[in-house]
Design a protein around this ligand. Sequence first.
Ligand code: ZN
Length: 246
Amino acid sequence: MLKITVWNENVHDRKDKKVMEIYPKGMHGAISDFLSELPDTEVKIATLDMPEHGLTQEVVDNTDVMLWWGHTAHGQVADEIVQRVYDACIRGMGLIFLHSGHDSKIFKKLMGTTGSLSWREMGENERLWVVSPGHPIAKGLGECIDLEHEETYGEFFDIPEPDELVFISWFKGGDVFRSGCCFKRGYGRIFYFRPGHETLPTYHHPDVQTVLRNAALWAAPSTKVDNVSCRHVMPREEIDVNCDDD
Ligand code: ZN
């Protein structure tokens, strides 16, 4: 059983009429619906306004893969919860960062960089080119994904060199962007996926849904590791403790 938790700050989704029209159940509702199509999978939702942002220790311990959508309320996420998610990730939990999640506390903590980029909101055409056709996250896609309108992100994107790069975006205004980036931190797999601006129906696009289903499978831990703290150990063989170099 693959256990997924979709986390959304759920702010635009409750206040912005346009977002409410496109995503009546919130972006987290739309995302959890198409992830639930994966076989043998349980999808749960967590939002900022829940106690402990919906990410209690019990919830995090029972999550194999977490998706993270945040934008306007990054600063409201408690440092204690960020540390909890971080600890889970380096012990093996998968994390998928969506769109403006590049500026979240947890993304920047895991990357060790500012996550900054250039942007504009002009509804340009975005074309995501598959640059790793054999990658599990690109399974079932053509050579590119065409999104009629999206917010534009441009380089330079301040991230560490990705371990694997799956998509590069082109925008009609001329910008390019590394929009599908894989990282490993500790035992956890991390995927950053660029599109997903709240006022556009990006999460209803079938190719975007395919990418995120694939990414959930890719990020799922093969094992979770508890024993990563420092340990004082005794020698396994008898040794001469009085060794003298003279
Ligand atoms: Zn946006």
